[in-house]
Write a protein that binds this ligand. Structure first.
Ligand SMILES: Nc1nc2c(ncn2[C@@H]2O[C@H](COP(=O)(O)OP(=O)(O)OP(=O)(O)O)[C@@H](O)[C@H]2O)c(=O)[nH]1
Ligand SMILES: [Mg+2]
Length: 452
């Protein structure tokens, strides 16, 4: 429903002390762990501001409190934290949407404002399965355009074999032929099977996303019976026309609400990118990850200004790009990790900056699980990381390989070049904040200017 100008103005006033942070990132890039660590470190900052040295306002935070976000199930913060600190286990992949508000009471930097008492900033965060983001680009593509793009993608080497059966099936269909529900369902079933296989194979650009991660929808929901079709006459009553109608219904009923409610307006965005996992996955997965991040960022409307921004509320001021799980490599690799991330997002970053929004890139570890150590291997002294790799019981010092500062070339992709392992959360009490790298810098960029 459209808001009147007056109502929107009132809403704007109440939003003045609220920051909605869009935590954006592909599956398993670290969104849930990031959210947990942000909440925990802000809760701890009132008493232990040293946990966030680069958040300039940390020393002025008095205390913070968590509350639910209207209309969204509560983010399972306690459960996630207990897993990390008590059980030394990571959260499970997210399969539902959830959110929370963390309200931070702080003292103003300005002496006069301080006389008036403390101030409040509400930070709103939403968590969701990373797969779902890949649906956002569908909002701007009609069925014909989406089909053409998807067909081309499924012919590239990384996917060709997985999509072969589906491809043979749709090649036998005449898009302009009469609409036959059984044929449409047949194409959709084969497409769904191939899409799930691609996801299992570590590929990201899988659309429609709910086929891979249905969430609260049933896996056999008729809304999910969608498949791209080859070029061929569409129009009402034809196969292509009927499939286009299914596609539009999915966009309207599934994608649009997700987009409208959670990504249309936010004041700050952090884009989490697991550059290390993509490097480890090899050249094709690395390329797919880059394309997926690019496709998602295309769907945000940056830099609204003037009347429209005023009427619609929060305007994005800043986008922070973060290469996550930086603790998988030693600190001397972080500058290269950051440089590589800057190359990965260069095109999107340029587009965003052109619209007057600041961007920044950093290396991040929401929960630091390793320490830097120096070790000897094959007669060389090397910088290593010490931590407990997933699947092992004891701490181990490892040399995970070096991060290239530029896009890897053919030689870099040679087997064994990138040996990053996943680590278990380190044994911490988790009262004084979770150990982190760059989380405080990220918070400074995202909300620092709002804690004045
Ligand atoms: N060492 C280390 N590992 C991390 C860190 N953050 C995340 N991880 C690892 O990354 C995995 C995924 O993190 P999540 O936060 O669950 O990822 P997500 O983006 O919420 O994933 P989906 O829910 O699938 O979209 C975790 O299970 C950890 O293994 C970190 O700061 N350090
Ligand atoms: Mg998650």
């Amino acid at each position: 429903m459209a808001e009147t100008g007056a109502r929107a103005a009132l809403r704007r006033i109440s939003e003045r002390n609220t920051v909605r942070i869009a935590v954006t990132g592909l599956r398993q890039c670290g969104k849930t762990v990031f959210t947990t660590s942000v909440v925990h470190n802000l809760l701890a900052a009132g008493q232990w501001p040293e946990a966030l040295p680069f958040l300039k306002a940390a020393g002025r935070i008095v205390a913070a409190e968590v509350s639910p976000l209207a209309g969204v199930p509560l983010f399972p913060y306690e459960e996630s934290l207990a897993g990390i600190t008590g059980g030394h286990a990571w959260p499970r992949p997210t399969d539902r949407l959830s959110g929370l508000r963390i309200s931070v009471r702080y003292r103003s930097r300005r002496p006069l404002a301080r006389l008036a008492g403390t101030r409040m900033l509400h930070v709103d965060l939403v968590d969701y399965p990373g797969e779902w983001l890949l649906d956002l680009p569908l909002m701007a593509q009609d069925f014909t355009a989406w089909s053409a793009e998807t067909l081309a993608r499924t012919q590239a080497p990384a996917r060709a074999a997985l999509f072969e059966r589906w491809r043979a099936f749709i090649d036998g269909l005449e898009g302009g032929g009469p609409a036959d529900e059984a044929l449409l369902d047949g194409a959709a079933a084969l497409y769904a099977e191939a899409l799930r296989a691609a996801a299992a194979d570590g590929l990201f650009l899988n659309q429609p996303a709910r086929i891979v991660r249905p969430g609260e929808m049933a896996a056999d929901d008729p809304l999910l019976r969608i498949s791209p079709l080859g070029p061929g006459g569409g129009g009402p009553g034809t196969l292509a026309g009927a499939m286009a109608a299914r596609y539009d219904e999915y966009r309207q009923r599934v994608v649009a609400p997700f987009y409208r409610q959670h990504f249309r307006t936010f004041a700050a965005q952090i884009v989490l990118v697991d550059v290390l996992a993509a490097l480890k996955g090899g050249e094709e997965r690395f390329g797919d990850m880059r394309d997926a991040v690019g496709a998602i960022l295309q769907s945000f409307d940056y830099g609204r200004s003037g009347l429209r921004a005023w009427l619609e509320g929060a305007r994005t001021r800043r986008v922070v790009f973060a290469a996550t799980k930086a603790d998988h490599v030693s600190s001397n690799q972080h500058p290269n990790l950051r440089q590589l991330l800057r190359e990965v997002v260069a095109r999107e970053s340029n587009r965003i900056r052109f619209r007057g929004v600041d961007t920044e890139a950093l290396a991040l570890s929401s929960v630091r699980c390793t320490e830097d150590v120096v070790g000897e291997a094959q007669g060389q002294t090397l910088s290593m990381v010490l931590g407990t790799p997933v699947g092992r019981e004891t701490e181990t010092a490892l040399f995970p390989g070096e991060i290239p500062a530029h896009f890897p070339g053919p030689r870099d992709w040679q087997q064994g070049r990138f040996r990053f392992l996943d680590f278990l959360p380190a044994r911490v009490h988790g009262v004084r904040g979770l150990p982190q790298i760059g989380l405080d810098l990220a918070l400074q960029s995202l909300v620092g200017d709002r804690l004045r």
